[in-house]
Design a binder for this molecule. Structure first.
Ligand SMILES: [Zn+2]
Length: 325
């Protein structure tokens, strides 16, 4: 195994890069803006140029780099074919192929969905340390999900395994999700969903009192703070979120039966006021065999992606070594 690895987490606004040394030690992390113009055609060249600058500054040759792991915000197949990434304005193409054209000296290239990669990062270095089977959901603008079973990242046929946010939980919903369907989990349980549902309730029940009415423009964090201060409406909205998510996660557990379920993303910083509700409803609805599944908060925050991308490269290298033994 060669001593160096790059982990690259590509997001819609920023690309986070990590340069890792022997034993997975993070030597340097930094980020650059994501240039989406011209159908995202600058993104991979920008990444290659950043890696080259870093290697030159560290006096390291590509020959000493085991590989590059990349996470992207869309479904990706196990061999690195991106299947339309709306956030990056990418169509369908092979990332390893394009990257090798830009820099033929890159040895190993691994690509995965960003949340799947982050889940691997949490398993190796964060909230899922020491576990082998993990489900992670991230509650942010949308809902992301990642699944690892017996130490292996699950990709699925179309690279969409772990897309928990678009599981339909309410076929009677009238508004559309960003994916075009109606009633997706993320319409209710993401930070954006919580805000929308709270506003909807306040509009439909103008007589109902809540401190949120005194704020001109409240956020998901304001709802969590109000709930903590005893506001009935805010607390009830978190209960509803917890119920929907708890039920959805019990369905996921019925498929995967993981060692631990991790909750991450911006909304997870609400802490126990939300966490306890998710767990309570999960335990109410989950089948007895997995009713006591452990829950934990994700720990690495924004760094989970680069760690997971680095680990993908190590896992692939280790698998190959075992095969050659
Ligand atoms: Zn959807």
């Amino acid at each position: 195994m060669k001593p160096y690895v790059f982990g690259v987490d590509v997001g819609g606004t920023a690309i986070k890069l990590g340069f890792f040394g022997p034993e997975g030690k993070l030597l340097k992390k930094w980020k650059i803006p994501t240039r989406i113009e011209n159908s995202g055609s600058h993104i991979l060249p920008d990444i290659v140029s950043e890696m080259e600058k870093t290697l030159a500054a560290a006096n390291v040759d590509w020959a000493d780099v085991e590989g590059v792991g990349i996470g992207i915000p869309s479904p990706v197949t196990e061999d690195g074919i991106v299947l339309r990434c709306i956030n990056l304005d990418w169509g369908v193409f092979s990332i390893p192929e394009r990257l090798r054209k830009l820099q033929p000296a890159i040895q190993r290239i691994r690509v995965a969905n960003d949340v799947n990669a982050a889940t691997l990062g949490e398993m190796k270095h964060g909230g899922g340390k020491g576990r082998n089977s993990i489900v992670m959901v991230t509650l942010g603008t949308g809902i992301g999900g990642g699944v690892i079973v017996n130490g292996k990242m699950v990709f699925g046929r179309s690279g969409a395994a772990g897309e928990i946010g678009h599981i339909c939980v309410n076929p009677d919903e009238t508004e559309r999700c960003r994916c075009g369907h109606r009633g997706c989990l993320e319409q209710y349980c993401s930070a954006t969903g919580l805000l929308k549902m709270t506003r909807r309730r306040m509009a439909q029940n103008p007589e109902e009192e809540t401190v949120l009415r005194d704020m001109t423009d409240f956020t998901a964090k304001d709802i969590c703070d109000a709930a903590r201060d005893g506001d009935y409406v805010a607390n009830d909205m978190l209960k509803r979120l917890g119920r929907r998510l708890g039920i959805a996660l019990s369905a996921v557990a019925g498929t995967v039966d993981p060692d631990v379920i991790l909750i991450g993303g911006g909304l997870s910083s609400a802490g126990d006021i939300l966490f306890d509700k998710i767990i309570t409803y999960y335990r109410t609805y989950a089948f007895h065999a997995y009713q006591d599944t452990e829950f934990a908060l994700a720990k690495l925050g924004n760094d989970a992606g680069i760690y997971g991308c680095m680990e993908m490269v190590y896992l692939a290298a280790m698998e190959e070594e075992q095969e050659n033994d």
